[in-house]
Structure formats: C-alpha cells, structure tokens
Design a protein around this ligand. Structure first.
Ligand code: KIV
Length: 273
C-alpha cells in the first residue's frame, strides 16, 4: 500500500531536490482516480486527452471548459493523496489573462483542483504569473503541445534542431521565472529532456522526453492498453485491457444468448431484503 501523506505543490518540488522520481498518470472519472490514488501516484492529471480517449475526437481541440470541470469534479471524488491537476482546455486561457484567471478559478472553486496545467512558453508567462500570484499553482507544458497540433501539422517530435532546442530551453526558463511549480515535457529528444531538467529548479515531468526527467506521465488509457487507435513509441503498455474487456463482454453475450446468465443463485427468491 502506498504512503498516505498528502502530496502538495511544495512536497512535489522537494521531491526534485531529494532526487525522488515523480510518478504521474491521467484520470477522467472517480473510479479510475481512486484506483490510481491507491496505487501510489504522486500526481493525477485530468488531461484534455479525455477529448480523444473518452469522447472519441481526433484531437484535444474540441474539449470544453464545462466538460473539463465535470471530469475534474468526478476525479476529485476518487482522489485523496495525489496532487490533483486539471488541464485547461483550448481557448479557456489564451484569449485574455482575465479570462484565464476566471476560468482557472472555476477548477479550484467548483471542481476541487489543486493546480491547473496550461500549454505554451514565453507567450504564457504573464498569464502564469497572474494565476500564481492569486494562489493558483500552474503546471507548464512544453514540447509537443497537443492544442497546437494544427501548427505542428501532426504529433511530430519537437526540439529536433539546435534552434528549436534553444527556444525550448528559453521557454522553460521563462515558465520558471513566471512561477510554474513543474513542467511537462512532451515528445522531445531524451538529451534535450536532460538539458532542460538540469537547467530548471522545478521538476520536469516527461512524456516521450526520455529517462532523465524528474518524473514521468502517461495517458492511462495508453498504458493500460485501452486506447488502440495509435500507439506512441513512449507509451509502454502495462496491461492489455481492451483485450480483457472484449473477452469478458463476448463471454457475457454468449452466456445471455445461451440462457446461462443469470443462474438461480444470481436471482431473488423473494426472501431477501
Ligand atoms: O491531456 C493530457 O493527457 C496531457 C498529458 C499527457 C501530459 O496533457
């Protein structure tokens, strides 16, 4: 059983100083949130990846603020120990700083989030500063930022050229100066992940960013083998749940069709409560 001490923003930052790796995954509902929490995750992200792995969209762009609030409140009811971070969806923080503050505030006030995540580099510095100044911790996100997928033209590796790598390092410094408590690094070369990790005072949490980051995050539906539409190189599978579910459900169909479910033991006699 995992340690029960509550993970907080300061305790997560101390983990970097102690050289202790941070384990993070995504969740979108209370049942999965509780399972991940019991398994000892340090950080649980209610990712806007819900748009793809829950709602069936091709990208994260259609995700709405109301849907993210719903998912976050659901996960909140299952999570006690891990730090609960809500992903701010596309257009909920990019239009004006005032809108970003108001929308972020809803995750804390209505959904019980303990931090929010926003994508982007230097251009987000002012927003991050305003959010942290009024008490809302921010997790940054650099590299392959899925809300910019139309700009990138696909889920392509970022930070490949010296110029891109330099820009990413500068962005990381700008996020730290603006007050982020940690930075997600997505789909960049491992050596660049290492450079960023060594150059910033806050933890880096990698997804396809190599082994040198201070922590790792995966989309839970990927690592459990539930989402089969595509399989990124970095998404190690710890289970094959899609296969298990198909098997279980076809067993159920067979039993119902043959009249083998329910049995009399699974039926009421009329004596029970
Ligand atoms: O939306 C998401 O799930 C994410 C993580 C995978 C970092 O942004």
């Amino acid at each position: 059983m995992a340690e029960t001490k509550k993970v907080t923003v300061p305790s997560l930052m101390q983990m970097k100083r102690r050289g202790e790796k941070i384990a993070a995954l995504t969740a979108y509902d209370a049942t999965m949130g509780a399972l991940l929490d019991e398994a000892g995750l340090d950080l649980i992200l209610v990712g806007d990846s819900a748009a793809m792995v829950v709602a069936g969209y091709e990208t994260t762009l259609p995700m709405t603020l109301d849907a993210m609030l719903y998912h976050t409140a659901a996960v909140r009811r299952g999570v006690k120990r891990a730090l609960l971070v809500a992903d701010m969806p596309f257009l909920s923080y990019q239009v004006t700083v005032a809108e970003a503050v108001r929308n972020a505030g809803r995750f804390f006030q209505e959904a019980g989030a303990e931090a929010v995540k926003i994508e982007g580099g230097q251009e987000m510095a002012e927003t991050i500063r305003c959010l942290t100044d009024v008490g809302m911790p921010v997790l940054g996100h650099l590299g392959l930022t899925p809300q910019s997928i139309r700009k990138f033209g696909g889920y392509v590796l970022q930070g490949k050229t010296a110029q891109e790598a330099e820009r990413l390092l500068t962005d990381a410094q700008a996020l730290v100066a603006a007050g982020v408590f940690a930075i997600v690094l997505e789909k960049i070369p491992a050596e660049l992940g290492k450079k960023v990790t060594e150059s910033v005072s806050v933890p880096t949490i990698g997804i396809g960013a190599g082994p040198y980051c201070d922590g790792q995050i995966l989309v839970t539906h990927d690592m459990l083998g539930l989402f089969e539409k595509f399989r990124p190189k970095f998404a190690r599978r710890y289970a094959e749940l899609a296969r298990v579910i198909r098997q279980a459900c076809s067993g159920y169909v067979e039993d119902v069709k043959r009249g083998q479910f329910p049995s009399l033991e699974e039926s009421y006699t009329g004596e029970e409560e």
